[in-house]
Design a protein around this ligand. Structure first.
Ligand code: GLU
Length: 491
């Protein structure tokens, strides 16, 4: 058995689509499960789509997600670098290689020069459309002899190089997730392999590279499934062994359409910005299009590596459900230490203008307690500022239930006792805060719900929220006294 080698081969469009991340994740899981290698190859032969900084962005997103690149394009000290002995791994640096192999195909009669103009091809397509036919090249240049072709090239005519498919032949291949797939060449087009600018098309480059880079398994999106017979034929034409194919179902939106940028967030960066944790995003994405044998839903990367099974990849698209993602992510939010949570939350608090890093450094314990206080209810980091509203928000009583509490029979006694006790204290330490409500109970003679609900309403304006003793500590003496005065206005 050959050593497993898989590749993720994105085009550098500027961002990593979450569907792309899922493809990368499945490749990575497969590589790790089989002690194989995970390669990153950059497919940038479509120069019209070139975006500055796109490769760096892509790799940063992969790294953030916990995917380690064994070979190919990597970042070293923030700079794009390449590792491995089968490079270059950036297609635009491999043009000579493609030229050599396409010449080989012409030589062996598997490819030909095509001189058809854009106008002719457009007209042909129009005509076929009107006749209700599938637009396809009609093979006009197939019969041009190599000598004549050379003459026309020498005369400066523009040309592309096309694959010369045999007529009426079944091309079959095994897809590990979908079984045997067979297509007749009469249904296929004489694919352009090399464009007039000397750049290969995706189809030529992908076959040449996968072969030269010893790729054993091609795991990619199902949008490439219709192209696979062409690739399989190219392997035959070169006399090479094709890899094993595994095509993945799409990642769909709620309307079962492809997730697209127009409808909102699709890039890994977007989700990172919303404060999803890499563990949560990867865990959830792995479940869109694959399911384990049991109903387990929470998986660390190591557990995914263990459980992943290509025969359990779905055949139909999986819906990307943000609610489910939130649920999975909340699991990882709860697993963070309060130190980790504070570090990750600070950019969001700073952005909201609530807390700067310097301020947090002055009294770390206080902010760690704040993290303890809010952690339970968080699905993602973006929610941190709102979760801190009890502390930073303006005091107001809007909830009907809170108003009722302030107007309840026990409220005046509770508020008076609170006020008196606080006035007799210096600043409230964390320990003081733990015992404070007991003291209020003693002084007011009120206990249970009748004590806690009005007290909470008076201090926060709400009847629900995080642990009251933490709130007391975090608000501090002066702020609570201030709020008690304001609460009185509602009583
Ligand atoms: N460059 C292609 C893409 O952007 C790669 C397809 C493949 O994996 O063969 O999806």
């Amino acid at each position: 058995m050959k050593d497993v080698r898989v590749r993720f081969a994105p085009s550098p469009t500027g961002y990593l689509h979450i569907g792309g991340l899922r493809t990368a994740v499945y490749n990575y899981l497969y590589a790790r499960q089989h002690d194989g290698k995970f390669l990153l190859r950059i497919e940038d032969t479509d120069r019209t789509r070139f975006v500055e900084g796109a490769i760096e962005n892509l790799i940063r997103s992969l790294n953030w997600s916990g995917i380690e690149i064994d070979e190919g394009v990597v970042l070293r000290d923030g700079e794009v670098a390449q590792v491995g002995d089968k490079g270059p791994y950036i297609q635009s640096e491999r043009l000579e290689i493609y030229r050599k192999y396409v010449d080989q195909l012409i030589e062996s009669g598997h490819a030909y020069h095509c001189f058809c103009s854009k106008e002719r091809l457009d007209a042909l397509r129009e005509e076929q459309k009107i006749k209700g036919q599938v637009p396809r090249y009609d093979g006009l240049c197939r019969s041009i002899s190599p000598e004549e072709a050379q003459k026309r090239i020498d005369a400066g005519e523009e040309y592309v190089i096309r694959l010369k498919l045999p007529h009426d032949r079944d091309i079959s291949f095994e897809d590990e997730a979908r079984g045997t797939i067979t297509i007749n060449t009469n249904e296929m087009d004489d694919q352009v392999l090399m464009k007039s600018d000397g750049f290969p098309t995706y189809h030529l480059a992908v076959v040449v590279d996968d072969h030269l880079m010893d790729i054993t398994h091609v795991i990619r999106g199902e949008e490439w499934l219709p192209s696979t017979p062409k690739h399989v034929y190219l392997y035959e034409a070169f006399g090479w062994e094709p890899p094993t194919y595994i095509h993945l179902p799409g990642v769909l939106n709620k309307d079962h359409k492809k997730l697209s940028k127009r409808q909102g967030d699709v890039s890994v960066e977007d989700f990172r910005g919303h404060g999803y944790l890499p563990e949560g995003l990867v865990n959830y994405l792995a479940l869109v299009g694959w399911s384990p044998e049991d109903n387990q839903e929470i998986f660390s990367m190591d557990e995914l590596i263990e459980a992943f099974d290509t025969s359990r990849i779905a055949r139909t698209g999986g819906v990307f459900d943000v609610k489910k993602l939130d649920w999975v992510n909340s699991h990882y939010m709860k697993e963070l230490s309060r130190e980790e949570l504070l570090e990750m939350a600070l950019p969001y608090l700073a952005e909201a203008g609530l807390l700067t890093e310097e301020e947090a450094k002055k009294d770390p314990e206080r902010y760690l307690i704040l993290m303890d206080t809010i952690q339970e209810g968080l699905d993602r980091l973006e929610q941190v500022p709102e979760a801190c509203d009890f502390l930073y928000g303006e005091y107001k009583v809007e909830e009907e239930a809170a108003l009722e509490q302030l107007k309840s029979e026990s409220a005046p006694a509770v508020v008076d006792a609170l006020k008196e006790i606080l006035e007799g204290m210096d600043e409230i330490t964390f320990e003081d805060a733990q015992g404070l409500m007991k003291k209020v109970q003693k002084a007011s003679g009120v206990k249970g719900k009748n004590l806690y609900m009005p007290a909470r309403a008076a201090m926060t304006g709400n009847v629900h929220g995080p642990e009251l003793s933490n709130i007391i500590y975090l608000l501090g003496k002066d702020e609570i006294l201030d709020r008690l005065e304001k609460a009185k206005a509602y009583m």
